[in-house]
Ligand binder design. Structure first.
Ligand code: ADP
Length: 484
């Protein structure tokens, strides 16, 4: 039997993307189709999407959606089933999906994404004749109100089952209590089991409260967010609902990130021809101004922020060089961190090279030529760069948190003996711990045979979308069966 799912999101690749959320909402529909699930994705009518709306047709109109007229346009866009919330006064503006060109949040974000949620709820409740959905899947705070509107609709009991996915609990959609009267919800919704959140309104909180199932993007992150260090205020709710919380690790775009056919590489290779990586390492050395050396070439591809532990890494660079390592870093972010890495590159010319900026092509070459990718995150809901590292034989060195803990098998004695190790993990964020981990990598790198074993083991790991899609499809089936 084929299932019909309404996925609600504020971004989806290739239509609109600011981060990993778009990769998930963009990739899942195709992967789910193979498991008998047909996904329609509801997105806001940003200019980039309105420009393509000619291929869609009007399926429903609202005379008053959060005080403005709006339409639902539906159809196929680039092979995907899409519903577009066409509400020009809310979404047709220059700037980003959430903020203006200067990076300031749009002042009416509460209404914009309440409108998205309300439209989703209406669609799920049958606003379009002959179109029914078996389940609603909301992603992040921008879509979360869909589940609150379903819960508080007059016939809430007949609403389809729902899933709320948290991609990063740091983003919660918190607003003042003054917004509540504008949401069009019954007064009883402003309560502990509704949308009320620390005296104001919490969109993600409302979705988490209303959802039949909650998922996050790795099992370890699902457990971590029950604790105050990671839950950012929502730990109590997550802990109370832990019976319906699970973690499903994201996949990666398998064909775009494939060392045997990657056009960004100086030389393509596979697990049997790892010597091909040497040409990529040489290309990196020349691009980053690094001198050839026998020790490992570490790479970093990252936002330069506190979350990513970059302040700790910057303090370990003298030690990294002293142990014979080199570093090629690509990233941008906090000005102080950018300066810290740049000055280390001056101090250690020929050993540390830094590129400030975003460069997709270079990021591929780095995975193809670097020996080990360093990811010392303080928290990491899933993480992608360690998955690319695995696929490219660029051995990941990661903090034991969130998706990093779930996807990398530490090269401890037992794992090495069993031949299952794929990388290195370290616990506790400190200079000392990170330096110790860098040393472990340097020592392991000295044993060529063992190192090749680590690379090959990592390259065997399957983090394709197919695996994640199966987990989502199973969850949907269980929820639907539970209702029957
Ligand atoms: P987050 O979404 O928290 O930044 P992830 O590891 O989940 O971290 O995803 C980051 C994505 O962005 C990866 O695909 C990574 O390769 C890419 N990326 C990050 N910084 C850069 C950069 N400076 N240049 C190119 N790609 C980058």
């Amino acid at each position: 039997m084929s299932l019909k799912v309404l996925s609600v999101a504020s971004e989806a690749y290739p239509f609109v993307k600011t981060g990993g959320l778009a990769d998930v909402t963009g990739a899942l529909p195709e992967a789910l189709a193979k498991h008998g699930v047909k996904v329609t994705t509801l997105l806001p009518g940003y200019p980039s999407l309105r420009a393509r709306a000619g291929a869609l047709s009007e399926a429903h109109s609202f005379t008053d959606l959060m005080g403005v007229p709006a339409r639902l346009l539906m159809g196929e866009l680039e092979g995907r089933s899409v519903a577009l919330l066409d509400a020009p006064s809310l979404f047709d503006r220059q700037g980003g999906p959430y903020s203006d060109a200067k990076g300031k949040d749009w002042a009416d974000n509460a209404l914009r994404f309440a409108a998205l949620g309300k439209a989703a709820a209406e669609l799920a409740r049958g606003a379009v004749p002959n179109l029914a959905f078996d389940l609603v899947h909301a992603h992040d705070w921008q879509a979360a109100m869909a589940l609150a509107y379903l819960k508080y609709s007059d016939d809430g009991a007949r609403a389809p089952p729902s899933v709320m996915t948290v991609h990063n609990i740091a983003f919660q959609g918190r607003f003042g209590a003054d917004i509540f009267p504008k949401l069009g919800l019954p007064a009883r919704a402003f309560a502990l089991d509704g949308v009320e959140y620390y005296g104001g309104v919490g969109f993600l909180k409302a979705g988490l409260q209303a959802a039949d199932a909650i998922t996050t993007v790795s099992p370890t992150y699902a457990r971590e967010i029950t604790r105050a260090e990671f839950g950012m205020g929502l730990e109590g709710l997550i802990a109370a609902r832990s019976g319906v919380v699970s973690g499903i690790v994201n996949g990666i775009a398998w064909d775009d990130w494939s060392p045997s056919q990657d056009l960004h590489l100086a030389k393509t290779y596979d697990a049997q021809k790892l010597a091909g990586r040497d040409a990529n390492r040489a290309a990196l050395e020349s691009l980053f101004g690094l001198e050839p050396a026998p020790g490992p070439l570490f790479i970093v591809i990252s936002r330069l922020t506190w979350q990513k532990g970059m302040d700790v890494l910057v303090a370990c660079l003298d030690a990294l060089v002293a142990m014979g390592g080199r570093l090629a870093l690509l990233g941008s972010g906090d000005a102080a961190l950018e300066d810290g890495f740049k000055s280390a590159a001056v101090r250690h010319a020929g050993r540390i090279g830094v590129r400030i900026g975003y460069d997709e092509a270079l990021s591929h070459l780095m995975q193809g030529g670097g020996d080990a990718i360093v990811i010392p995150s303080r928290f990491e809901p899933c993480g992608l760069t360690q998955l690319y590292g695995l696929r490219y034989g660029c051995v990941p060195l990661v903090a034991r948190t969130g998706g990093l803990a779930d996807t990398i098998i530490d090269a401890n004695t037992a794992a090495l003996a069993a031949g299952v190790a794929t990388g290195f993990q370290f616990d506790g964020m400190s200079d000392e711990r990170l330096i110790h981990a860098l040393e472990r990598v340097s020592v392991a790198f000295g044993d060529r045979k063992a190192w090749r074993g680590l690379q090959r083991q990592g390259m065997k790991a399957d983090f394709s979308w197919d695996r994640s899609a199966k987990a989502y499809a199973d969850l949907y089936q269980n929820l639907i069966r539970g209702r029957a």
